[in-house]
Design a protein around this ligand. Structure first.
Ligand code: UDP
Length: 237
């Protein structure tokens, strides 16, 4: 596709989004900037932008092969990708296979406790409110989505979990949990958007349990770049 960056539309914590010559498509540009705890902790993870761009595109392609519609169109460079322009539904969907992070803290469950079956939750995507957890009924009351859309989103999230878990297991990685965002196209279709990367997933080495994701940054565990590079190596060889 012959599209170029025309005008910056938005700069988020980890990505910039640019308008192109075609309103149906935008270009995302991944940064090395990292934030945690709703922007309270800031830093740089050298090389992260390129790794997250390529890894997201790889996972999005695999989702498409499995019949899940995504915003992915074409990788332009190390950090830039053309994606469908969507209106992001302000619901962050988290799927967990193993207790960790906010789940462990909130419910007093040891990190690493394996669930009998995956479980999901939604957050209302609003930085000013700190992305509060929300249920279906409140999401409908706030007109964030309709009941049938929420059901479809949850179903997609569990399908993504199944596919991702399998891809990662083949790379010697346990998928602990992850967050996805979905968006609506101009014709009202809900498709997978945003990113799937070590910024938005918890990845643990299958054998050692070593953390290979953004928790290394959040928790000052050291070797943050090493973890992102290791995940890249596991997936692309
Ligand atoms: N997550 C994310 N963005 C957020 C919150 C969470 O990508 O704003 C991801 C996070 O990387 C993890 C999963 O969602 O893979 C579950 O995160 P959790 O609720 O445990 O929150 P955290 O402990 O990261 O605050």
């Amino acid at each position: 596709m012959k599209l170029t960056k025309v005008k910056q539309l938005y700069e988020g914590k980890a990505k910039k989004v640019w308008a192109t010559e075609d309103p149906e498509y935008v270009i995302v540009d991944y940064k090395d900037d990292a934030t945690a705890f709703n922007g309270e902790k800031r830093g740089t993870i050298t090389g992260k932008g390129a790794i997250n761009n390529k890894m997201t595109n790889y996972f999005m392609r695999r989702m498409q092969e499995a019949g899940i519609k995504t915003h992915f169109v074409e990788e332009l460079s190390d950090r830039e990708t053309i994606v469908r322009s969507v209106k992001i539904i302000p619901l962050e969907v988290i799927v967990r296979n193993i207790a960790a992070g906010s789940f462990s803290k909130r419910y007093g469950v040891a990190e690493g406790t394996v669930f009998d079956a995956p479980a999901s939750e939604f957050s209302y995507k609003d930085d000013a409110l700190g992305d509060p957890m929300i249920n279906d009924e409140y999401a409908v009351a706030l007109k964030l989505a309709a009941y049938d859309e929420i059901a479809e989103i949850r179903k997609t999230a569990y399908r993504v979990n199944g596919i991702l878990k399998k891809i990662l297991a083949e790379c010697g990685v346990t998928l602990v949990d992850f967050k996805i965002e979905l968006g609506k196209t101009s014709d009202g279709e809900i498709i997978l958007a945003d990113e799937i990367s070590p910024d938005t997933c918890r990845f643990w080495d299958i054998k050692t349990g070593e953390k290979l994701d953004k928790d290394r940054f959040r928790r000052d565990l050291g070797n943050v770049e090493g973890a992102y590079n290791e995940m890249y190596r596991r997936i692309f060889g």
